[in-house]
Design a protein around this ligand. Structure first.
Ligand code: ARG
Length: 586
């Protein structure tokens, strides 16, 4: 693993030392380096510094330029406008930098951070005995992408799928199953779809009985008590619901082309044993107080109707624990036992108040210290074409599988239309990669906190900011590399670069910085935007700079193929971070 210093960092460092030498009294000098169309980079920071030092910005800029040594990296600096610097890099420096990235394999010369933290990331949390819907899609897709990005920066990530596997609804389900044994087939005998349809059937039937029959209702209530007190037979049946649901979850995650580890499925029930202690400690510390029999936490700034305080309920008046108690207990586990330095929750923004209260409570209790960050990456709603929350025509929530199946079907149409020499099996395989990629990319290319419209036509379009467009760019490069035959990619630092080659090269150099910035901000859309721009810069380069036809001199052809290949590798890596495949042929 050989890390490569980004060109921008070298330039920035040289500028900063020239600035400090010219203005020794200035602290915190930032040259504000940006990519620019006029030269390779522009530095705008001198304006603000001159203002502070009460000196003329153009004069200051001229002094800084005089103090800069041009040579290896910087070829030329010019003062422009009121005191900007236009900086041009040496062609050799650009090509050598890219060649070093090319030689580094998977990491593309990007160094992992020196002092990684531990991020426990809570994502992809469906509920037992319930169908997954479009909201679960967002948590899974965003969480998986954030994890890929964080891992790439060197952060240690631990996944927690906080599935909804506990609650009073299980009393009804278990009681029904006791009275109607054999309604759930053993998990080993069913596939995901059968598992879910069995669960649905049991759910509907038990619900109907619960609503119609008061005696059953009473038996179901008693079953809740038996479940909570750990009755063996009751727990065994509860486990059957969990196991059957996992068969279903895994089938959906597989369809989503997402790896979920069994040891990271740690649902609400996993924290049951710790909840009484959580409550006791909170009460002893005075963080929680008794109010109308319940144990609650109040917050000055959280109020509802009539300015009444809205409390967090740790324990209900009947002694039962709920969602907040399990989340508080999970925090203790994640910080104390998993040694998390960051807790990240990829959960619908509509739960943000819950997390605000849970985090504040944990801080008051000392379970979350100053050295631990807690963040709810609250995502927005998936909307239908009409701009309202995505529903079926009948007004029901859309089943996640149906939606994924439809996306793959649409993708198959697109792939079939373009495919010349693909077999039907190959078309189906590519369709899955294109269709699932399209769904993921549409989600990830908008800021997570915003709502977005679920529009399959747009998602599988070949034009515009879609994953298919990026996948085609990748596949096209692979085809060029195949067509090049004996001419192999090779860097030639002695060659002069075309402006389209420099633009592409400088963007390739910025991959690592982009991923680090996006990971720190939990912003997968910044990676998506980077990749889209990469594909656009590549298209311009390919238009302006012939690679194979008309045939350029051998060294030029090799150098251009090298740029093609590095672009492909960067596209591949970037898409992989987002959980999206790049087929070799499309
Ligand atoms: N299962 C919940 C739902 O479907 C999400 C769980 C979020 N995670 C948590 N630690 N509370 O809405």
């Amino acid at each position: 693993m050989a890390s490569v210093t980004p060109l921008s960092a070298s330039v920035e460092q040289q500028l900063t030392s020239a600035l400090s030498a010219t203005l020794p009294e200035a602290t915190d000098v930032d040259p504000l380096l940006r990519r620019s169309d006029r030269a390779d980079y522009q530095a705008n920071g001198i304006l603000a510094l001159a203002k502070k030092a009460r000196s003329n910005p153009r004069e200051l800029a001229t002094q800084v330029v005089a103090g800069l040594t041009t040579g290896d990296v910087i070829k030329d600096v010019e003062v422009s406008g009121p005191g900007f610097l236009n900086i041009t890099l040496a062609d050799r420096a650009i090509t050598e930098n890219l060649a070093a990235r090319y030689a580094d394999g998977e990491r593309l010369g990007v160094a992992p951070k020196a002092e990684p933290g531990v991020t426990v990331i809570d994502y992809a949390q469906p509920n037992v005995a319930k169908e997954m819907h479009v909201g679960h899609l967002r948590s899974a897709v965003i969480g998986d992408a954030l994890r890929g990005m964080l891992d790439f920066t060197g952060e240690k990530t631990i996944g927690r799928h906080h599935i909804g596997d506990w609650g009073t609804q299980f009393g009804m389900l278990i009681q029904y199953l006791m009275e109607h044994p054999g309604e759930l087939a053993p998990p080993s005998e069913v596939d995901g779809q059968e598992a879910m349809s069995n669960l649905n059937r049991v759910y509907k039937a038990s619900r109907a009985l619960f609503d119609a029959d008061d005696d059953f209702k009473e038996r179901a209530r008693k079953r809740v008590v038996a479940l909570q007190s750990g009755d063996k037979e009751t727990l065994e049946l509860w486990q059957q619901f969990v196991d059957e649901s996992k068969v279903y979850f895994y089938s959906v995650f597989e369809k989503l082309d997402m790896e979920i580890r069994d040891d990271e499925i740690v649902g609400e029930s996993a924290y049951n044993d710790g909840m009484p202690e959580t409550a006791r400690l909170l009460e002893e510390m005075g963080v929680a107080v008794r109010s109308e029999g319940a144990l609650v936490v109040f917050f000055d700034d959280i109020r509802g109707k009539d300015d009444q305080p809205v409390p967090l309920i740790v324990q209900k008046a009947d002694g039962g624990f709920g969602y907040a108690a399990s989340d508080l207990t999970a925090i203790r586990n994640r910080v104390q036992d998993l040694h998390a330095t960051t807790l990240l929750y990829v959960v619908d923004v509509r739960q943000s108040l819950h997390f605000k209260m849970v985090f504040e409570t944990a801080r008051r209790a000392g379970w979350l210290g100053d050295d631990v960050t807690a963040h709810n990456m609250g995502y927005g709603t998936v909307l239908g074409a009409d701009g309202k929350p995505f529903k079926t025509r009948e007004g029901e929530t859309v089943r996640l599988e149906d939606l994924l199946d439809e996306a793959v079907q649409r993708a198959a149409e697109v792939v079939r239309e373009k495919a010349q020499d693909l077999t039907e099996d190959e078309i189906q395989e590519r369709a899955a990669q294109v269709g699932i990629g399209a769904v993921k990319y549409a989600d990830l290319s908008t800021s997570p906190s915003r709502d977005y419209k679920f529009d399959l036509d747009q998602m599988v379009s070949l034009n515009g900011d879609t994953s298919v467009y990026l996948q085609y760019a990748y596949a096209r490069i692979q085809s060029i590399l195949r067509k090049a035959g004996d001419v192999r990619p090779a860097a030639h630092p002695e060659l002069e670069l075309h402006s389209a080659e420099r633009a592409l090269g400088l963007h390739l150099d910025a991959f690592g910085d982009t991923v680090f910035e996006a990971a720190a901000e939990y912003a997968p859309h910044k990676v998506a935007a980077y990749l889209y721009q990469l594909a656009s810069l590549y298209t311009t380069f390919y238009d302006k700079c012939p690679v194979i036809k008309p045939q350029p001199p051998q060294d030029v052809a090799e150098n251009r193929l090298f740029l093609c290949d590095l672009t492909a590798r960067t596209l591949h890596r970037g898409m992989a971070l987002l959980g999206i495949r790049t087929p070799e042929r499309l």
